[in-house]
Design a protein around this ligand. Structure first.
Ligand SMILES: CC(C)(COP(=O)(O)OP(=O)(O)OC[C@H]1O[C@@H](n2cnc3c(N)ncnc32)[C@H](O)[C@@H]1OP(=O)(O)O)[C@@H](O)C(=O)NCCC(=O)NCCS
Length: 196
């Protein structure tokens, strides 16, 4: 799951919650309360939550110096649940200032791979109709619109319900190819010269 890049993708732990909640509040207009994460982490055996963190600061010098000059605790997170062999991605977020490098894609890939490992036949998720960035990401992974959920969000905005096709051999091959391309892209970023 991890690479030779200065990042770690790992299961979310209760100690991550302060940083997770902070990012949640930064990117979502209706962030989850801590109780939802606690419920998911402690009491839902079919829930999987991952965090992406920047570590190995000695190797990560270029990355963190370039972006923020300080090491953030957490770059992003993704969460999912499995019910009746169907996967559902419940949350996905990348820390502001770190968008556009491939981290959201890495988190989504991790979720899809986990759901395949768990035996999910397909995956659903909801996305705001105005959220073109996330919709682009999902269409790259062959999510298709199933329906429009009227007033789904607290502020009244509609959601699109999206679903993948079957997570079959062909889909798994797509994930492998996408992962290889993404790792190449991240390594290329790391080689970029940084002018401080
Ligand atoms: C959606 C989100 C997770 C994407 O993460 P990210 O790290 O910025 O995205 P990536 O760099 O991994 O980009 C992956 C794909 O997303 C799409 N994308 C990313 N930035 C985009 C932009 N500015 N405009 C259009 N599409 C974009 C592209 O399809 C991109 O693939 P490409 O690089 O081959 O073009 C991030 O923007 C985020 O946290 N947004 C706020 C929370 C949110 O909306 N979560 C989703 C809830 S459903």
């Amino acid at each position: 799951m991890n690479s030779d890049l200065p990042f770690t993708m790992r299961r979310m732990e209760p100690r991550d919650l302060p940083a997770v909640l902070a990012v949640d509040r930064m990117v979502f207009t209706d962030p989850w309360p801590e109780s939802v994460y606690i419920q998911e982490l402690y009491f839902n055996p079919k829930a999987y939550y991952f965090v992406l963190q920047l570590d190995k600061p000695e190797q990560a010098h270029k990355w963190w110096a370039w972006r923020t000059r300080s090491i953030p605790e957490l770059l992003g997170f993704v969460g999912m649940r499995v019910e009746l062999s169907k996967g559902h991605i419940s949350t996905l977020a990348v820390r502001p200032g770190w968008h556009g490098f491939g981290f959201g894609e890495w988190l989504l890939l991790t979720a899809l791979e986990q759901l395949i490992e768990d035996g999910s036949g397909s995956v659903t998720l909801e996305v705001r109709v105005s959220n073109y960035v996330a919709q682009n990401l999902y269409s790259k992974y062959k999510f298709k619109q199933v329906s429009r959920l009227s007033g789904y969000y607290r502020d009244g905005e509609d959601a699109f319900l999206l679903r993948t096709g079957p997570l079959d051999h062909g889909y798994q091959q797509l994930l492998s190819k996408r992962r290889a391309l993404l790792m190449e892209k991240l390594k290329a970023w790391e080689k970029e010269e940084v002018n401080l």
